[in-house]
Design a protein around this ligand. Structure first.
Ligand code: NAD
Length: 263
């Protein structure tokens, strides 16, 4: 299937590693131009080179801390200055720290809201007007299966993902008539650095090894294994595509069947 996004411009936030990087590589392979970002310049340049090698589009990397509103505004400006527009916005950021309610103070809540909700709001605020004007846009938020089934020791993530889900559903109704779709893609347990950290936290808390933590995950996933970031990225690329023009306001889990609810 031709996804019809060759020559489109995509901004993929937090894309030096893990899911964001896999999404950037998938969109590059479809011929999109890309703006990638992360905090660390060295890892970002390596990720940019890897995405650049996947397709004919231009790929640029801008170091930026997504928890800094000035840096986020700079990102949107840099993308527009370089490419003249952004057609596809993939909102993503590092996940908030694990823990239960009494593990986190006000500063931790503020930081999670800033990084995982407000960075998406700010990028959307900056780039949505151009999408509406041109009558074409795709906004994808990388959230978590925790938005459907809260995880026991991830209260920050559970709460902030729910806020992003509400924002996306509301916005999708406001902008559908302009040819702009807004969707959430929910990773289940997918093999990235973030998951390794989570395994370490759970191993320590439970007095077991990280291998035992992983074995528990496998047992709870009908597919019987963790996801590969490329499997996740393929779903994001489809939702970013011309072909997905009538899909909006949805939250799609990419989790090997782990989410047990009907929707
Ligand atoms: P990861 O740790 O592998 O990669 C995170 C990326 O975000 C890296 O490129 C990192 O440099 C960048 N980043 C982190 N903080 C940043 C900041 N302040 N400014 C700019 N860039 C920043 O994580 P991942 O597994 O790819 O996860 C991506 C998102 O998906 C996270 O929000 C995570 O919580 C969520 N998620 C992941 C899984 C999973 O199994 N991997 C499951 C559910 C939800």
């Amino acid at each position: 299937m031709d996804l019809g996004i060759a020559g489109r411009v995509a901004l993929v936030a937090a894309s030096s590693k893990g899911l964001g990087r896999a999404v950037a590589e998938e969109l590059a392979a479809e011929g999109a131009h890309l703006l990638m970002c992360a905090r660390g310049e060295a890892v970002l340049s390596e990720a940019v080179a890897s995405a650049d090698a996947r397709g004919p589009g231009d790929v640029v990397g801008i170091p930026a801390d997504l928890s800094d509103p000035v840096a986020v505004a700079g990102l949107a400006e840099a993308a527009t200055a370089r490419f003249g527009r952004v057609d596809i916005l993939v909102n993503n950021a590092g996940g908030p720290p694990a823990g239960k309610f009494e593990d986190h103070d006000r500063a931790a809540w503020k930081a999670a809201v800033r990084l995982n909700l407000e960075s998406a709001l700010d990028l959307t605020r900056a780039l949505l007007p151009g999408m509406k004007e041109r009558g074409w846009g795709r906004i994808l938020n990388i959230t978590s299966v925790a938005a459907k089934e809260p995880e026991a020791d991830l209260i920050l993530s559970n709460s902030v993902r729910a806020a992003v889900t509400g924002f996306a559903k509301s916005l999708s109704n406001e902008v559908a008539a302009y040819g702009v779709t807004v969707n959430n893609v929910l990773p289940g347990f997918t093999r990235t650095a973030r998951l390794e950290q989570l395994a370490a936290v759970r191993a320590e808390a439970g007095g077991i090894s990280t291998d035992e933590v992983e074995a528990g995950w496998h047992a709870a996933i009908p597919a019987g294994r963790l996801g590969d970031p490329r499997e996740f990225a393929a779903v994001v690329a489809f939702l970013a595509s011309e072909r997905a023009s009538y899909v909006t306001g949805v939250s799609i889990a990419v989790d090997g069947g782990r989410t047990r609810s009907l929707q």
